[in-house]
Design a protein around this ligand. Structure first.
Ligand SMILES: C=Cc1c(C(=O)O)[nH]c(=O)[nH]c1=O
Length: 310
């Protein structure tokens, strides 16, 4: 069974890696992901300067997944750039640097600095952080997204990716695809970020579960799997020549299989990784391989994008 993935001009040894934000804020976490069965590594979205993030509690687990309003706590761009300078690219696992500047200028500044460093690390600009009070998700503003992508193309000479929020309407899939297809060096999109601004209520305490935004936070886990799969499948159809990274609701080989069937090139693990740790990657990969074996598939291309309709 071959779980390897060839994209972005390289072949990575498997198809699973971490969702940005999970197990990737500190260098020891990043190195633990790289040392695991994960096939790639992506860093916590960076802002130009380090941030404490929102007040705690800001993460809560439920039986069906998670809610978070972390508020972009991160060590600041220089920390992740330094890690990227020292990263062992020879390990065959690509390093992605997630960027989520507080302003377009901050994103451009980070991209220009990264370009000047001339590293193999691939930038992924986050268009979808739902948890910075007062900051709407860029990916829901088509004018701002157009302006940002045009600016990214000027600031960054190579291939890049974007992290998209979930969309829920065919008109929005079409509008976003029309924008994204104007950018040939936009090589891939990661679908989806958390479903923003959900509210989890604790019946016993009659209270919300997280402090920021009076309890509103991004949903992950089982809650988001159908929405994630829909976004993967719709953008797989609408973005010919671009890759889709699937993210949302992956906790076993079965959900990873679903994402790839829907068209995902590679698959990220967030909520499940938060709770199980990097051992999750070997488990999920083994489950995916067993599922493929039971179906007579030998490699991911045997079934990628072949979700049947009725
Ligand atoms: C980058 C901020 C994000 C955060 C956060 O730091 O609150 N949480 C998410 O679920 N998605 C994000 O994109």
């Amino acid at each position: 069974i071959d779980l390897s993935v060839t994209w972005l001009g390289q072949t990575m040894p498997g198809c699973l890696y971490n969702a940005s934000g999970v197990w990737c804020r500190e260098e020891d976490e990043l190195e633990a992901v790289r040392a695991s069965a994960a096939a790639a590594v992506i860093s916590k979205s960076a802002t130009l300067h380090a941030r404490e993030g929102n007040p705690e509690p800001r993460y809560h687990r439920t039986a069906l997944g998670s809610i978070n309003s972390m508020g972009l706590p991160n060590r600041g761009f220089a920390y992740y750039l330094d890690y990227a300078r020292r990263y062992d690219y020879g390990c065959g696992k690509p390093l992605f640097l997630s960027l989520s500047g507080m302003t377009l200028d901050d994103n451009l500044s980070m991209l220009r600095t990264l370009a000047a460093a001339g590293l193999p690390a691939i930038p992924e600009i986050n268009l979808s952080c739902p948890n910075v009070p007062g900051k709407p998700q860029l990916g829901y503003d088509f004018v701002a997204t157009t302006e940002a992508l045009n600016a990214f193309d000027l600031a960054w000479p190579g291939r890049y990716g974007v992290k998209l929020p979930p969309y829920f309407d065919p008109a929005h899939f079409a509008a976003m695809a029309e924008i994204l297809n104007r950018h040939p060096r936009l090589a891939y999109v990661t679908c989806i970020n958390s479903i923003g601004n959900g509210l989890v209520v604790d019946v016993d305490s009659e209270a919300v579960t997280i402090k920021p935004k009076d309890g509103l936070g991004g949903l992950g886990g089982d809650y988001v799997l159908p929405t994630a799969l829909a976004n993967v499948r719709e953008f797989y159809r609408l973005l010919p020549g671009k890759d889709i990274v699937g993210c949302g609701g992956v906790k076993s080989g079965r959900e990873a299989f679903m994402h790839i069937l829907a068209g995902a090139r590679a698959v990220q693990v967030g909520t499940c990784l938060y709770h199980e740790g990097p051992a999750a990657f070997a488990r999920i990969a083994a489950e995916l391989a067993e599922l493929m074996r039971s179906k007579g598939y030998r490699r991911l291309d045997d079934f990628r994008g072949k979700l049947r309709t009725l």
